[in-house]
Design a protein around this ligand. Structure first.
Ligand SMILES: [Zn+2]
Length: 136
């Protein structure tokens, strides 16, 4: 078991997201007034400024918009390098996430712009489950 991981900030705006990962769901915040989707979650809609918000469960598929290979500095609980990507979800929002099992290809990271990904869930402990991405 890893002793330390970087724990995300969970607050009133993001609680639904972390409840979702615990349930094996990738949730996207939606506006109940106009239907706009948004990430990261926030209190008000960026399209119509309404506060009435809900969520939908994403299909869990996306493509790489861009990525970085993180080699330094050390990250608690992580063996470097790791790949962090901006992922365009099928639903039309862009999310940041770690892509696992691609950092150490024969010719560098085994990932490129447009690589298709599928979400997976990494249970850290009973309170925290982190979404991770794998090649589809
Ligand atoms: Zn709205």
């Amino acid at each position: 078991m890893t002793a330390h991981v970087v724990r995300p900030m969970v607050n009133r705006d993001s609680q639904f997201f972390w409840d979702g990962t615990r349930a094996g769901e990738l949730r996207i915040q939606t506006c109940n007034a106009c239907g706009a989707k948004r990430f990261p979650p926030g209190p008000a809609c960026q399209s119509c400024a309404a506060y009435d918000r809900g969520f939908e469960v994403a299909a869990g598929t996306g493509t790489v918009f861009s990525y970085v290979v993180h080699r330094h500095p050390p990250v608690p609980g992580k063996e470097l390098p790791i790949v962090i990507a901006l992922i365009d979800l099928y639903e039309g929002v862009r999310m940041v996430g770690e892509v696992v099992d691609v950092a150490d290809g024969d010719d560098g990271p085994d990932i490129e712009i447009g690589t298709r990904l599928r979400v997976d869930f990494n249970t850290v402990d009973e309170e925290l489950t982190l979404p991770v991405w794998r090649k589809a």
